[in-house]
Design a protein around this ligand. Structure first.
Ligand SMILES: NC(=O)c1ccc[n+]([C@@H]2O[C@H](COP(=O)([O-])OP(=O)(O)OC[C@H]3O[C@@H](n4cnc5c(N)ncnc54)[C@H](OP(=O)(O)O)[C@@H]3O)[C@@H](O)[C@H]2O)c1
Length: 285
Protein backbone atom coordinates (compact mmCIF):
# COMPACT_ATOMS: atom_id res chain seq x y z
CA UNK A 1 0.00 0.00 0.00
CA UNK A 2 2.76 2.47 0.92
CA UNK A 3 4.24 2.20 -2.60
CA UNK A 4 1.01 3.58 -4.04
CA UNK A 5 1.30 6.81 -2.00
CA UNK A 6 3.95 8.33 -4.29
CA UNK A 7 2.72 11.52 -6.04
CA UNK A 8 -0.63 11.39 -4.20
CA UNK A 9 -1.99 13.75 -1.53
CA UNK A 10 -2.21 13.36 2.24
CA UNK A 11 -4.05 15.60 4.68
CA UNK A 12 -2.35 15.80 8.08
CA UNK A 13 -4.18 17.61 10.87
CA UNK A 14 -2.15 18.88 13.82
CA UNK A 15 0.92 19.06 11.59
CA UNK A 16 2.61 21.96 13.42
CA UNK A 17 4.32 19.76 16.02
CA UNK A 18 4.85 16.30 17.52
CA UNK A 19 3.38 13.22 15.86
CA UNK A 20 1.66 15.23 13.08
CA UNK A 21 4.89 16.96 12.02
CA UNK A 22 6.63 13.58 12.01
CA UNK A 23 3.90 12.07 9.82
CA UNK A 24 4.34 14.97 7.39
CA UNK A 25 8.09 14.34 7.20
CA UNK A 26 7.75 10.57 6.65
CA UNK A 27 5.01 10.93 4.06
CA UNK A 28 6.96 13.54 2.09
CA UNK A 29 9.81 11.00 2.14
CA UNK A 30 7.41 8.53 0.47
CA UNK A 31 6.77 11.11 -2.26
CA UNK A 32 3.41 12.35 -1.00
CA UNK A 33 2.16 15.90 -1.47
CA UNK A 34 0.75 17.35 1.72
CA UNK A 35 -2.02 19.52 3.06
CA UNK A 36 -0.96 20.57 6.55
CA UNK A 37 -3.63 21.90 8.94
CA UNK A 38 -3.27 23.44 12.41
CA UNK A 39 -3.32 26.89 14.05
CA UNK A 40 0.41 27.77 14.12
CA UNK A 41 1.19 28.92 10.57
CA UNK A 42 4.85 29.76 11.24
CA UNK A 43 5.64 26.21 12.39
CA UNK A 44 3.91 24.69 9.35
CA UNK A 45 5.64 27.13 6.96
CA UNK A 46 9.01 26.15 8.35
CA UNK A 47 8.19 22.45 8.01
CA UNK A 48 6.77 22.85 4.49
CA UNK A 49 9.87 24.71 3.30
CA UNK A 50 12.24 22.06 4.63
CA UNK A 51 10.19 19.20 3.13
CA UNK A 52 9.90 20.90 -0.25
CA UNK A 53 13.65 21.44 -0.32
CA UNK A 54 14.46 17.90 0.79
CA UNK A 55 11.89 15.88 -1.18
CA UNK A 56 10.57 18.21 -3.89
CA UNK A 57 6.96 17.41 -2.97
CA UNK A 58 4.17 20.00 -2.76
CA UNK A 59 2.90 21.36 0.56
CA UNK A 60 -0.23 23.41 1.08
CA UNK A 61 -0.93 25.00 4.45
CA UNK A 62 -4.35 25.64 5.98
CA UNK A 63 -4.34 27.69 9.16
CA UNK A 64 -7.43 26.63 11.04
CA UNK A 65 -8.86 26.10 14.51
CA UNK A 66 -10.20 22.56 14.28
CA UNK A 67 -12.14 22.81 17.54
CA UNK A 68 -14.93 24.82 15.90
CA UNK A 69 -18.01 23.00 14.66
CA UNK A 70 -17.67 24.05 11.01
CA UNK A 71 -13.92 23.36 10.82
CA UNK A 72 -14.25 20.10 8.87
CA UNK A 73 -16.38 21.75 6.19
CA UNK A 74 -13.99 24.71 5.89
CA UNK A 75 -10.96 22.47 5.61
CA UNK A 76 -12.51 20.22 2.97
CA UNK A 77 -13.66 23.30 1.00
CA UNK A 78 -10.07 24.57 1.03
CA UNK A 79 -8.89 21.19 -0.30
CA UNK A 80 -11.58 21.13 -2.98
CA UNK A 81 -10.33 24.52 -4.17
CA UNK A 82 -6.93 22.92 -4.70
CA UNK A 83 -8.65 20.30 -6.89
CA UNK A 84 -6.85 17.32 -5.36
CA UNK A 85 -8.05 13.94 -4.05
CA UNK A 86 -6.97 12.91 -0.58
CA UNK A 87 -5.41 9.44 -0.67
CA UNK A 88 -4.42 9.43 3.00
CA UNK A 89 -6.09 11.29 5.85
CA UNK A 90 -4.20 11.53 9.13
CA UNK A 91 -6.68 12.71 11.75
CA UNK A 92 -4.00 13.57 14.28
CA UNK A 93 -4.89 16.96 15.83
CA UNK A 94 -5.89 16.44 19.43
CA UNK A 95 -5.40 17.80 22.91
CA UNK A 96 -5.61 16.38 26.42
CA UNK A 97 -6.87 17.91 29.65
CA UNK A 98 -5.46 16.68 32.93
CA UNK A 99 -6.88 17.73 36.29
CA UNK A 100 -9.73 17.50 38.74
CA UNK A 101 -13.27 18.30 37.65
CA UNK A 102 -13.59 21.26 40.03
CA UNK A 103 -10.57 23.02 38.54
CA UNK A 104 -11.40 22.31 34.89
CA UNK A 105 -13.28 24.85 32.77
CA UNK A 106 -16.30 23.25 31.05
CA UNK A 107 -15.56 25.28 27.87
CA UNK A 108 -12.12 23.69 27.65
CA UNK A 109 -13.68 20.22 27.83
CA UNK A 110 -16.17 21.18 25.14
CA UNK A 111 -13.44 22.42 22.81
CA UNK A 112 -11.37 19.31 23.42
CA UNK A 113 -14.30 17.05 22.54
CA UNK A 114 -15.05 19.12 19.44
CA UNK A 115 -11.47 18.64 18.30
CA UNK A 116 -10.85 15.04 19.38
CA UNK A 117 -14.27 13.68 18.38
CA UNK A 118 -16.46 15.97 16.26
CA UNK A 119 -13.93 17.28 13.76
CA UNK A 120 -12.24 13.89 13.42
CA UNK A 121 -15.61 12.27 12.68
CA UNK A 122 -16.71 15.05 10.35
CA UNK A 123 -13.49 14.89 8.32
CA UNK A 124 -13.77 11.11 8.10
CA UNK A 125 -17.33 11.33 6.76
CA UNK A 126 -16.35 14.02 4.25
CA UNK A 127 -13.20 12.29 2.92
CA UNK A 128 -14.06 8.58 3.10
CA UNK A 129 -16.83 8.49 0.43
CA UNK A 130 -14.38 9.70 -2.25
CA UNK A 131 -11.92 6.96 -1.27
CA UNK A 132 -14.64 4.32 -1.47
CA UNK A 133 -15.71 5.59 -4.88
CA UNK A 134 -12.12 5.43 -6.17
CA UNK A 135 -11.57 2.03 -4.52
CA UNK A 136 -8.40 3.07 -2.70
CA UNK A 137 -7.23 5.25 0.17
CA UNK A 138 -6.55 5.13 3.90
CA UNK A 139 -7.34 6.96 7.12
CA UNK A 140 -5.29 6.91 10.31
CA UNK A 141 -7.22 8.21 13.29
CA UNK A 142 -4.91 9.01 16.19
CA UNK A 143 -6.33 7.46 19.34
CA UNK A 144 -4.22 6.54 22.38
CA UNK A 145 -3.34 3.70 24.68
CA UNK A 146 -5.66 5.58 27.07
CA UNK A 147 -8.52 4.40 24.85
CA UNK A 148 -8.46 0.94 26.41
CA UNK A 149 -9.53 1.96 29.91
CA UNK A 150 -11.00 4.81 31.93
CA UNK A 151 -8.26 7.12 33.23
CA UNK A 152 -8.87 9.11 36.42
CA UNK A 153 -8.12 12.84 36.20
CA UNK A 154 -8.19 12.72 32.39
CA UNK A 155 -11.57 11.02 32.06
CA UNK A 156 -12.99 13.04 29.17
CA UNK A 157 -9.77 12.78 27.18
CA UNK A 158 -9.45 9.01 27.64
CA UNK A 159 -13.13 8.54 26.77
CA UNK A 160 -12.70 10.66 23.63
CA UNK A 161 -9.88 8.34 22.55
CA UNK A 162 -12.07 5.26 23.25
CA UNK A 163 -14.55 6.81 20.84
CA UNK A 164 -11.82 7.22 18.22
CA UNK A 165 -10.72 3.59 18.64
CA UNK A 166 -14.23 2.12 18.39
CA UNK A 167 -15.30 4.42 15.57
CA UNK A 168 -12.20 3.56 13.53
CA UNK A 169 -12.47 -0.19 14.12
CA UNK A 170 -16.10 -0.16 12.99
CA UNK A 171 -15.17 1.67 9.80
CA UNK A 172 -12.25 -0.69 9.22
CA UNK A 173 -14.70 -3.61 9.18
CA UNK A 174 -17.16 -1.72 6.94
CA UNK A 175 -14.64 -0.61 4.34
CA UNK A 176 -11.81 -3.17 4.17
CA UNK A 177 -13.35 -5.16 1.32
CA UNK A 178 -13.59 -1.98 -0.76
CA UNK A 179 -9.90 -1.21 -1.02
CA UNK A 180 -9.83 1.28 1.85
CA UNK A 181 -8.21 0.96 5.28
CA UNK A 182 -9.26 2.85 8.40
CA UNK A 183 -6.85 2.34 11.29
CA UNK A 184 -6.70 3.60 14.86
CA UNK A 185 -3.21 4.56 16.04
CA UNK A 186 -2.76 4.08 19.78
CA UNK A 187 0.52 5.52 21.04
CA UNK A 188 1.60 5.46 24.65
CA UNK A 189 3.56 8.31 26.21
CA UNK A 190 5.33 10.14 23.38
CA UNK A 191 7.91 12.96 23.45
CA UNK A 192 5.79 15.87 22.19
CA UNK A 193 4.22 19.05 23.55
CA UNK A 194 1.14 17.07 24.56
CA UNK A 195 1.64 17.03 28.36
CA UNK A 196 2.66 20.70 28.50
CA UNK A 197 -0.53 21.64 26.65
CA UNK A 198 -2.64 19.22 28.71
CA UNK A 199 -1.71 20.90 32.00
CA UNK A 200 0.98 18.55 33.31
CA UNK A 201 4.29 20.30 32.53
CA UNK A 202 7.30 18.18 33.43
CA UNK A 203 5.25 14.96 33.55
CA UNK A 204 6.99 13.60 30.46
CA UNK A 205 10.43 13.89 32.08
CA UNK A 206 9.41 11.52 34.89
CA UNK A 207 8.07 8.73 32.67
CA UNK A 208 9.48 6.50 29.99
CA UNK A 209 8.44 7.57 26.56
CA UNK A 210 8.83 6.89 22.87
CA UNK A 211 9.81 9.25 20.08
CA UNK A 212 7.32 10.51 17.47
CA UNK A 213 9.61 8.86 14.87
CA UNK A 214 8.99 5.43 16.41
CA UNK A 215 5.23 6.04 16.63
CA UNK A 216 4.99 7.02 12.97
CA UNK A 217 7.26 4.19 11.80
CA UNK A 218 5.07 1.63 13.61
CA UNK A 219 1.90 3.29 12.34
CA UNK A 220 2.94 3.16 8.69
CA UNK A 221 4.16 -0.44 9.02
CA UNK A 222 0.78 -1.43 10.51
CA UNK A 223 -1.08 0.49 7.81
CA UNK A 224 0.92 -1.42 5.21
CA UNK A 225 -0.46 -4.62 6.78
CA UNK A 226 -3.96 -3.10 6.79
CA UNK A 227 -4.36 -3.51 10.57
CA UNK A 228 -7.45 -2.14 12.33
CA UNK A 229 -5.45 -0.66 15.20
CA UNK A 230 -1.89 -0.52 16.43
CA UNK A 231 -0.40 0.02 19.88
CA UNK A 232 3.08 1.32 19.16
CA UNK A 233 4.92 -0.01 22.21
CA UNK A 234 4.87 -3.65 23.35
CA UNK A 235 4.69 -2.77 27.07
CA UNK A 236 1.62 -0.65 26.41
CA UNK A 237 0.15 -3.50 24.38
CA UNK A 238 0.60 -5.84 27.36
CA UNK A 239 -1.15 -3.26 29.55
CA UNK A 240 -4.16 -3.26 27.22
CA UNK A 241 -4.44 -7.04 27.74
CA UNK A 242 -4.00 -6.83 31.53
CA UNK A 243 -6.74 -4.21 31.72
CA UNK A 244 -9.12 -6.69 30.11
CA UNK A 245 -8.22 -9.35 32.67
CA UNK A 246 -8.63 -7.05 35.70
CA UNK A 247 -11.99 -5.99 37.11
CA UNK A 248 -13.19 -2.62 35.86
CA UNK A 249 -12.93 -1.26 39.40
CA UNK A 250 -9.31 -2.33 39.77
CA UNK A 251 -8.40 -0.92 36.37
CA UNK A 252 -9.84 2.52 37.04
CA UNK A 253 -8.47 2.70 40.59
CA UNK A 254 -5.01 1.79 39.31
CA UNK A 255 -5.24 4.63 36.82
CA UNK A 256 -5.40 7.17 39.66
CA UNK A 257 -1.68 6.98 40.22
CA UNK A 258 -0.82 8.48 36.85
CA UNK A 259 -2.33 11.94 37.17
CA UNK A 260 -3.30 12.23 40.86
CA UNK A 261 -2.77 15.83 41.94
CA UNK A 262 -1.68 14.86 45.48
CA UNK A 263 -4.66 16.25 47.38
CA UNK A 264 -5.34 14.73 50.82
CA UNK A 265 -8.79 13.60 49.77
CA UNK A 266 -7.73 11.80 46.61
CA UNK A 267 -4.74 10.14 48.26
CA UNK A 268 -6.84 8.85 51.13
CA UNK A 269 -9.47 7.51 48.77
CA UNK A 270 -6.82 5.73 46.75
CA UNK A 271 -5.22 4.25 49.83
CA UNK A 272 -8.54 2.86 51.03
CA UNK A 273 -9.23 1.08 47.75
CA UNK A 274 -9.77 -2.64 48.46
CA UNK A 275 -7.45 -4.82 46.43
CA UNK A 276 -9.89 -7.76 46.40
CA UNK A 277 -13.03 -7.07 44.40
CA UNK A 278 -16.44 -7.68 46.00
CA UNK A 279 -18.94 -10.00 44.24
CA UNK A 280 -20.82 -6.89 43.05
CA UNK A 281 -17.66 -5.57 41.54
CA UNK A 282 -16.99 -8.86 39.80
CA UNK A 283 -20.46 -8.71 38.31
CA UNK A 284 -19.83 -5.19 37.03
CA UNK A 285 -16.52 -6.02 35.46
N1 LIG B 1 2.12 12.63 23.20
C1 LIG B 1 1.53 11.57 23.73
O1 LIG B 1 1.98 11.01 24.76
C2 LIG B 1 0.29 11.00 23.06
C3 LIG B 1 -0.12 9.72 23.44
C4 LIG B 1 -1.25 9.17 22.85
C5 LIG B 1 -1.93 9.89 21.88
N2 LIG B 1 -1.52 11.13 21.53
C6 LIG B 1 -2.30 11.85 20.51
O2 LIG B 1 -1.44 12.23 19.46
C7 LIG B 1 -2.01 13.32 18.75
C8 LIG B 1 -0.92 14.35 18.46
O3 LIG B 1 -0.48 14.91 19.67
P1 LIG B 1 1.06 15.15 19.98
O4 LIG B 1 1.45 14.19 21.03
O5 LIG B 1 1.84 15.21 18.74
O6 LIG B 1 0.98 16.57 20.71
P2 LIG B 1 1.36 18.04 20.22
O7 LIG B 1 2.81 18.12 19.92
O8 LIG B 1 0.79 18.95 21.25
O9 LIG B 1 0.57 18.21 18.85
C9 LIG B 1 -0.80 18.49 18.80
C10 LIG B 1 -1.14 19.02 17.42
O10 LIG B 1 -2.57 19.28 17.37
C11 LIG B 1 -2.76 20.60 16.91
N3 LIG B 1 -3.95 21.21 17.51
C12 LIG B 1 -4.24 21.31 18.83
N4 LIG B 1 -5.39 22.01 18.99
C13 LIG B 1 -5.81 22.36 17.74
C14 LIG B 1 -6.90 23.10 17.25
N5 LIG B 1 -7.83 23.63 18.06
N6 LIG B 1 -7.01 23.27 15.90
C15 LIG B 1 -6.08 22.77 15.06
N7 LIG B 1 -5.02 22.04 15.48
C16 LIG B 1 -4.88 21.84 16.81
C17 LIG B 1 -1.52 21.37 17.34
O11 LIG B 1 -1.33 22.48 16.46
P3 LIG B 1 -1.61 24.03 16.82
O12 LIG B 1 -1.37 24.20 18.28
O13 LIG B 1 -0.63 24.75 15.95
O14 LIG B 1 -3.02 24.28 16.42
C18 LIG B 1 -0.44 20.33 17.12
O15 LIG B 1 -0.01 20.36 15.79
C19 LIG B 1 -3.17 13.83 19.61
O16 LIG B 1 -4.39 13.39 19.05
C20 LIG B 1 -2.93 13.15 20.95
O17 LIG B 1 -4.13 12.96 21.65
C21 LIG B 1 -0.42 11.70 22.10
Amino acid sequence: MLDSFNDRWALVTGASSGIGAEFAARLAGLGMHLVLAARRTDRMNELAESLQTKHGTKCHIVTIDLSTLDAGEKLVNAINELGVDIELLINNAGVGLIGEVSTTEPIDIQQMLNLNINTLTDLTYRVLPGMLERGHGAIINVSSVAAFQPVAFMGAYAASKSYVLHFSEALWAETRSRGVTVMALCPGVTETEFFEVAGAPGWLLKHSSQTPAKVVRKALAALGRRRQFVVTNWKDYVMTILVRLATRRTAVNESKRYFRQGTKETNETADQTPSTPSPDEQNNS
